[in-house]
Write a protein that binds this ligand. Structure first.
Ligand code: TH1
Length: 836
């Protein structure tokens, strides 16, 4: 149905078009209006939460107008769009970011102050949108920010989880998970009850021949669930481009089915059906870097992918172009293998529903998709059992078999008789039951595959995808090193540092072109600049110390060295090594005379991060950290010399407070396990130094800032294999300092040692897969170097400033430009400002 207003009536629309506010007075008027009408409250009944709601609504009104204009413009110009498919978008808070991007935060600050509120407190009222686990989800959020800021026509597609990542409470030193019901008031989403897609599950395939003698497949029966679109505006920084993030929510499909049940008096079971449908988008799976093969997870993936593709195709069809032009108008990026079924679904639509020949269809599919790999950890590589896929998506399973057949035939033609190769590259693993290797499917169905940092992109070519380099050649593989948005991770998180930088680099241009940071080099000897730099770091530490005091009761000295490790808790990230190192430090301090102690550098060891609820080892690590803290923090011999704190519920908004307060942060994964890491970039950008292994993006950070400004240690990726082998088959001697640490834990110094037994035995008895003992000596030696270096504050500050000056490369703007030019082949489209 054509829903656009005819020309004669449009004049009235134009006349009444709502103009947004432009000044402080206008802002205040809109806030008061929203308090009084939208929220039905008044000045006698307006707390900080109401002030937040009204401010959000006032700012939102401005976003909506730009958003509509952007979408109209992109449609009108028929621009090629990129669709970023991600099961996770870890957005964090929106209000502050929206104001900064719109450039009206100062005005809002003054306006709120006049209305009786502090803008910082109002901003803090907002709940995080936490639809992600960690780095992968936050990367997707940074990409949306860059896509809009660079004016690329782009949409994100994801799931609208009713529950985001759980909230973490620490009770008696243990992690407790609390559901994150975040949708009570979410002004940033717009339900589109008119944009729905029916999604089919289960059923069977009917094969027949059409009038032209062609074999056709019809997928029939089963059940249907409805996908409802919810749209979230994504504003760019300093541009009016406002892109769209579309999140799907599941609902029961209203059909006669329910009515029959209702009429037959089976009302309760029709309600149960309703709820069963809604569970599909109910909860984010809380595993980072781990895949557990649950049926509901597969349902989520297909539900989201099928709804998104239907939507993309509906939009394409309006242009009335031939199918062959699909890849000229549509690029789809797969954020890890989670959306891989999109490849199969597009092939199904083209062949079964649109009647294209297989090869023509496949050509379109491959030219449309790009696949980003984010991990080589075997436990994170998705595999779905053939029987499960067959049951849930019978036609898709057939198509996967056909894709595999044609692929293996081309391999057989090029490498005749190489049955080992055929077995190794087959999309179907011949196990019991058979499994579909989703990474292989994603690779075969995409025109480009990329890793997320140089080392990682090299590793995938020599390990998991080695044979595919032989088959497709090296050009199918590329590297796009991850990046972060400087808007949120510098300007928003660290406004004072951002302002100082702007005063030295000639304004805020660096926020759009981060390489301008190199202008800081000229000021390296400017004493006032250096003093102010140090003052800002100190103020950020004071703010964090206050938070630590309020939430844990522990008093930390902001003059101490703040040593931070915040990220998901995982054995490969080696928080256990960090806490063993803290114990080692504690034991050394205890053994000293008071005179010796007086010469030591005070240190605060700060941890934060969530453990997946079913990850026993990770939970033990959290418990050990808290148990060590309970002893060390109350030891009168130690005082300020060492504090160990665990900050509860690490999330995006906590990161914005913690990262600017770090002196040194830890990125200490076993070499070859952390694909990139992105918090490493955030810490350096905020004037913190890092201690790290030669892993992921640490290597490129070193290349950019210079090896004098980073504390690298530990085994190199190329030696990990042989060391692991020697643990199992050769002799494996425990590092003596680590042995002392274990002894102390086992003595009960930190409480009942039973709770920590498997952390110790993993290293001592079970092959030390993550090389904690091998790397322990160089780890503690490097920390000793950190102590020495920190004492020379002038040299330290020089390192920090020089490092920040060299961080331009790590903007997600650079990263998105590489994707746009090398993978998506899309162009920016500037949307004119209304006022232009
Ligand atoms: C992370 C990687 O571990 C990290 O190194 C990288 O910087 C980040 O992705 C962004 O590229 C991953 N997160 C997940 C989450 C799931 C599955 C695989 C990965 S890899 C659920």
């Amino acid at each position: 149905v054509e829903a656009s207003i005819p020309e004669p009536q449009r004049e009235a629309w134009r006349k009444h078009q709502v103009k947004g506010f432009k000044d402080q007075d206008g802002f205040e008027r809109e806030v008061v209006r929203h308090v009084e009408t939208t929220l039905a409250r008044s000045m006698y009944n307006c707390d900080e939460s109401a002030a937040y709601s009204a401010t959000a609504l006032a700012i939102r009104d401005l976003l909506i107008r730009r958003w509509n204009r952007t979408q109209q413009r992109q449609t009108f110009t028929d621009s090629k769009r990129v669709y970023y498919l991600s099961l996770e978008f870890l957005m964090g808070r929106t209000l502050d970011n929206a104001m900064l991007n719109l450039g009206n935060k100062e005005l809002a600050k003054a306006g709120l102050s006049e209305l009786g509120f502090r803008i910082e407190d109002v901003i803090q009222q907002e709940q995080d949108a936490a639809l992600g686990n960690g780095g992968l989800g936050r990367l997707a959020a940074c990409f949306l920010d860059s896509l809009a800021s660079l004016n690329y026509p782009a949409w994100g597609y994801g799931l609208r989880y009713r529950y985001g990542i759980f909230k973490q409470e620490i009770i008696d030193g243990y992690q407790v998970e609390v559901p994150d019901y975040w949708l009570d008031f979410n002004p940033w989403e717009f339900p589109r009850h008119d944009v729905t897609v029916d999604i089919q599950f289960y059923g069977h395939v009917v094969k027949s021949t059409d009038e032209n003698g062609r074999v056709v497949h019809r997928w029939e029966g089963g059940e249907t669930v409805k996908a409802v679109a919810y749209d979230v505006p994504i504003p760019g920084y300093g541009t009016s481009t406002t892109n769209n993030l579309r999140l799907w929510s599941s609902k029961a499909a209203s059909g006669e089915f329910d009515f029959q049940k209702f009429n037959s008096g089976d009302y309760e079971s029709s309600v149960a059906d309703q709820q069963r449908a809604e569970t599909i988008s109910a909860v984010l799976y809380p595993n980072d870097n781990l895949e557990r093969g649950k049926e509901l997870r597969l349902k989520q993936q297909y539900f989201w992918v099928a709804a998104s593709l239907y939507d993309i195709i509906r939009r394409f069809k309006k242009t009335k172009r031939p199918w062959s032009e699909f890849p000229e108008k549509v690029a789809i990026q797969l954020n890890d293998t989670h959306p891989t079924l999109a490849i199969v679904e597009l092939q199904r639509i083209l062949v079964d529903l649109e009647g294209l020949e297989w090869d023509k269809a496949w050509n379109i599919v491959v030219n449309t998709f790009g696949y980003t790999n984010h991990t080589v950890l075997p436990e994170a590589l998705e595999k779905w059992s053939v029987p499960l896929l067959q049951h849930l998506l019978p036609r898709h399973m057939q198509i996967i078999y056909d894709i595999n057949l044609f692929f293996l035939q081309t391999v057989e033609r090029e490498f005749p008789g190489n049955f080992g190769l055929l077995r190794d590259v087959s999309i179907i693993e011949e196990s019991q039951p058979k499994m579909v290797r989703m990474a292989f499917l994603a690779l075969v169905g995409s025109h480009k595959v990329n890793g997320v940092a140089e080392l990682h992109s090299d590793l995938i070519k020599t390990t998991i995808f080695k044979d595919f380099v032989q088959i497709f050649g090296p050009d199918k593989f590329t590297n796009v090193t991850n990046g972060i948005t400087p808007r949120r991770w510098l300007h928003q998180a660290n406004p004072r540092l951002s302002e100082l930088i702007s005063s030295k680099t000639g304004g805020y241009g660096f926020l759009k072109d981060l390489t301008q940071l190199n202008r800081l080099e000229e000021h390296i000897n400017d004493a006032d600049f250096r003093r102010e730099w140090a003052e800002i770091k100190y103020a950020n530490k004071v703010r964090l110390a206050k938070h630590i005091k309020e939430t844990t009761g522990v008093t930390v000295n902001p003059r101490a060295l703040f040593d931070v490790q915040v990220k998901r808790i995982h054995e490969y990230k080696r928080q256990q090594m960090n806490i063993f190192g803290a114990i080692h430090r504690y034991l050394k301090l205890k053994a000293m005379t008071p005179e010796e102690r007086a010469k030591q550098l005070p240190r605060v060891s700060i941890f934060g991060g969530k453990a997946a609820p079913g990850y026993w080892m990770a939970k033990q690590i959290i418990h050990l950290i808290n148990s060590v803290g309970a002893v060390v923090n109350n030891d009168k011999d130690i005082g300020d010399l060492l504090k160990v704190v665990f900050i509860e519920d690490y999330n995006v908004s906590k990161a914005e407070m913690i990262i600017p307060a770090s002196d040194i942060s830890e990125h200490i994964s076993t070499a070859g396990t952390e694909a990139s890491g992105t918090s490493n970039m955030k810490f350096v950008l905020n004037g913190g130094l890092i201690i790290g292994t030669c892993d992921g993006a640490n290597i490129e950070i070193t290349r950019e800032i210079g090896e004098d400004h980073i504390f690298l240690f530990g085994t190199l990726a190329e030696h990990v294999e042989e060391l692991r082998h020697s643990h199992l088959y050769g002799k494996h001697e425990l590092n003596p300092d680590l042995a002392r640490v274990f002894e102390e834990i086992e003595k009960g110094t930190f409480g009942n040692p039973d709770g920590f037994a498997s952390l110790i035995s993993a290293v001592r008895e079970h092959g030390d897969f993550y090389l904690v003992s091998d790397d322990f000596q160089s780890y503690i030696d490097t920390h000793a170097q950190v102590d020495v270096a920190y004492r020379d504050q002038e040299a330290w500050i020089t390192s920090c400033i020089k490092s920040v000056a060299s961080m331009g490369f790590f903007s997600s703007d650079r990263c998105i430009t590489e994707y746009a030019e090398e993978i998506w082949n899309i162009e920016p489209l500037k949307v004119k400002d209304e006022d232009d």
